[in-house]
Design a protein around this ligand. Structure first.
Ligand code: MRU
Length: 349
């Protein structure tokens, strides 16, 4: 896939540059980070967000975190490494890509036992680069696979942001849209605003407009009407974790969109890299759902919109049960319905 995409996470060997997604669309600004605590904070505050981008940032965060680790003995180094990894793992609970990336770095560190520690640090930096590079290819393949489900002239609806800035490049749910544009196909998009943090309005609408794609912004509560009026032929979303039975955690509101799609007989697609599939988690019930600060709802973006002291429930994600999902699109192909059997096969060597 061609096209110019902003790389939301990049590392130059010294500093980590993170596109501050909380400032978009007004300001395009990169944070310059050289310590692990600032990576933790950037993940926690959603300055870097979207499951694959969180994983990539964490891998580089670990590279920063072990810069000063003692180099004379592997066991002491590894203990230091583990502490930094465990710390990053506390930043956000739902997107499994965070833990996937940290585990991958861990395997790489363990495999390097016997090599001088200074060299292990270089190997780990290369592994972080590799995680980023691989994600770029994975997103491109997801785009190719997903595009086989779309037709010229279609309009699709998406929720939250599973675009280029949520990944290494291209995005997951938005990858087929970019690919379609490149191939001269006309695919239009409805972007749900995505309460309360407005990833759909601030990020998806911005990204798609930059790429010259026809996007219409709606509030979350308008999705039903848009479907009822026959304006949408498919829904495609990204995800933060796929359980072994095909249940999927994604941004709060996704479950509602899936129910609406079912009621209107519209296919509901989930784009998921293998790094988001967690076979250790049997069903959606086991997926830890992050709860965030009440102020995101009562005083979003600085304006008070609720009575002071009101009780608030603010889960950042919900779980869409497998039976509402028409297909899960991965870099290795499209799974349709029989997820308990199809998902494990993806990991066969
Ligand atoms: O809280 P966020 O903005 O990190 O939530 C992101 C999502 O829900 C995305 O849909 C998901 O991570 C997939 S990104 C390719």
């Amino acid at each position: 896939m061609e096209g110019t995409f902003l790389q939301s996470v990049k590392y130059d060997g010294e500093k980590l540059y993170i596109l501050d997604q909380t400032k978009l669309p007004e300001v395009t600004e990169f944070l310059e980070i050289n310590k692990i605590e600032d990576v933790w904070d950037a993940i926690k505050q959603l300055k870097v967000r979207g499951a694959p981008a969180i994983g990539i940032a964490a891998a580089y965060g670990l590279v920063l975190g072990i810069k000063d680790a003692p180099e004379n003995n592997f066991e002491i180094f590894y203990e230091y490494f583990k502490k930094q990894a465990d710390y990053l793992a506390t930043s956000r609970p739902t997107a499994v890509n965070l833990f996937w990336a940290l585990n991958r770095m861990d395997s790489c560190a363990k495999k390097s036992n016997g090599v001088p520690v200074a060299e292990i640090k270089r190997v780990l930096e290369q592994e972080a680069h590799e995680i980023r590079r691989e994600d770029e290819n994975v997103c491109s393949s997801i785009g190719e696979n997903a595009l086989t489900l779309f037709e010229d002239g279609m309009t699709v609806l998406t929720h939250c942001n599973a675009g280029g800035i949520a990944t290494a490049r291209y995005g997951t749910a938005l990858a087929p849209i970019y690919l379609a544009k490149e191939r001269g196909m006309d695919i239009k998009v409805f972007a749900d605003e995505t309460r309360p943090l407005l990833q759909g309005a601030r990020l998806t609408a911005w990204e798609l407009m930059q790429a010259g794609i026809d996007v219409t912004l709606i509030t979350d509560s308008m999705a039903a009407m848009v479907m009822q009026q026959g304006k949408v032929q498919a829904v495609i979303v990204g995800c933060d974790r796929v359980a072994a039975n095909g249940d999927v955690a994604n941004k709060i509101g996704t479950y509602g969109v899936a129910l609406l799609a079912k009621a209107h007989n519209i296919p509901f697609y989930v784009a998921a890299p293998l790094s988001t599939i967690d076979l250790e988690t049997k069903t959606g019930e086991e997926i830890p759902i992050e709860e965030r600060a009440a102020e995101e709802i009562t005083a979003g973006f600085g304006k008070s919109t609720a009575p002071e002291g009101v009780k608030v429930f603010n889960p950042a994600f919900d779980v869409t049960p497998y039976h509402l999902i028409t297909a899960i699109i991965t870099e290795k192909g499209i799974m349709r319905g029989n997820y308990s059997e199809e998902l494990p096969r993806l990991f066969d060597k």
